[in-house]
Design a protein around this ligand. Structure first.
Ligand code: UGA
Length: 413
């Protein structure tokens, strides 16, 4: 159920409004099997379901806290229509204590004759990554459920049984613990990234190669290889928003989240690190230069541009009087929607077309398609023979052998 009728209509016709590998097939298959229906009719949706998931957005408020108006509006919509006992589960990322508010909102809306209904609420945070959402959902590392009800426990065990076959991945806990688990997980991952980005900048200064350091520390299982890739800062709809919301929660309880303050500061700085390198290379004068830009989405395998570092990079280049010729395998429509016909932006149909007439290349997203680059051809095409790589895609010696100057993150000059 969605209030956006156009979106519902598209989904009914098998059109997926976002790019997410594998999603289209699942939707098509289950629609065909009659397992999946789309509606914009709340009466129909509430009457149909035993278990209702609230999965609406929780965008940041002006002050950084999570805006609960959509979540609570759904809770009220459900309460108003509840005639029999139903379970309401919060899937949206919500601050600790929200499930209590959801329950209160439902109870408030119950009609007089339904005042005695048992209301089961639970928290079931989602841990999937964009671009790998289907796989993450089908083969979860863990399924966290916060509940104080045995009824919900049984329901959720049954519901998730198909995804929980080989080993038990269900982790039941208190509602508040489940809500905090979601934020703590994202904040920890964001911390790993910012930590590594700070080490990368130091490595640059020291003439050490951060990629070697990454291998060196990742081999310790206590640290692990995941989420220690330095880059141009984390983006997307989750880390920036969730880090801020947790800072806010801490602040509200008189507990400044000092580590997260630093995580955020380092990230903000990191998003401009590559532009600083560009300016350094051109001694502050990039007016009239044309930059080819590969990759625009905040990470590969998605068309999502929310908080994408490419945006800040492009905007800084325009500010300094440069032009951008950009290509992304999936995000072009989204970029057009955001920037319209911007005079400083030319969107090209292919990776190679972005290079035509460009002075230098900047890489913002590590799409697989960019890995196999022809450096000799790049050296011929780029008039200033320079690559600024925000994702450490290539082996520096290989790029330099083609006569190109190569700037990466944390790998010296
Ligand atoms: C993130 C979490 O990884 C998911 O577990 C969580 O469910 C999701 O948020 C959410 O809260 O809904 P997502 O935002 O889709 O998932 O993307 P990530 O793969 O986590 O990447 C986030 C950002 O970190 C990207 O900009 C990526 O480029 C950056 N990143 C990631 C790095 O710079 N270095 C790394 O080593 C890993």
């Amino acid at each position: 159920m969605d209030v956006d009728s156009q979106k519902v209509e598209k989904l009914r016709n098998g059109i997926i409004p976002i790019y997410e590998p594998g999603l289209e097939n699942i939707v098509a298959e289950n629609s065909k099997l009659d397992n999946l229906h789309f509606t914009d009719d709340a009466d129909e949706a509430v009457a149909f379901a035993d278990i209702i998931f609230i999965a609406v957005g929780t965008p940041p408020d002006e002050d950084g806290s999570a805006d609960l108006k959509y979540v609570l509006a759904v809770a009220r919509d459900v309460g108003r229509r509840m005639e029999v006992r139903k379970t309401v589960i919060t899937k949206s990322t919500v601050p600790v204590g929200t499930s209590d508010k959801v329950k209160a909102a439902i109870v408030e809306e119950l009609t007089t004759r339904n005042k005695d209904l048992i209301i089961d609420v639970a928290s079931n945070p989602e841990f999937l990554k964009e671009g790998a959402a289907v796989n993450d959902f089908m083969k979860p590392d863990r399924i966290v459920v916060g509940t104080d009800s045995d009824h919900v426990r049984k329901q959720m065990t049954e519901l998730y049984a198909p995804f929980n076959r080989n080993s038990d991945r269900m982790i039941f806990m208190d509602i508040r613990a489940a809500e905090l688990t979601k934020y703590a997980a994202n904040a920890m991952l964001a911390t790993k990234i910012s930590f590594m980005n700070e080490i990368a900048i130091l490595a640059e200064e020291l003439g050490a190669d951060v990629e070697q350091v990454r291998h060196g520390i990742g081999s310790d299982p206590r640290i692990g290889y995941q989420f220690i890739y330095p880059g141009i800062g984390y983006g997307g709809s989750c880390f920036p928003k969730d880090v801020q919301a947790l800072q806010r929660t801490g602040g509200e309880h008189g507990l400044p989240m000092r580590i997260l303050d630093a995580v955020e500061q380092v990230n903000a700085k990191q998003k401009l690190h590559l532009v600083n390198r560009v300016n350094q290379h051109y001694q502050g004068d990039i007016k009239g230069k044309t930059f080819a830009l590969w990759g625009l989405s905040f990470k590969p395998k998605t068309d999502d541009m929310r908080e994408a570092p490419s945006r800040q990079i492009m905007e800084a280049l325009w500010e300094a009087g440069a032009k951008v010729q950009a290509y992304d395998p999936e995000a072009m429509e989204e970029v057009e929607r955001i920037y319209g016909q911007h005079p400083g932006l030319l969107l090209t149909g292919t990776r190679d077309a972005a290079l035509t007439g460009a002075d230098a290349l900047i890489i913002c997203t590590e799409w697989q398609h960019f890995r196999a680059a022809n450096f000799d051809a790049l050296a011929e095409t780029l008039s200033d023979k320079v690559i600024f790589d925000g994702r450490n895609m290539y082996e520096p010696s290989r790029v330099e052998a083609a006569g190109l100057t190569y700037y990466a993150i944390g790998r010296g000059e």
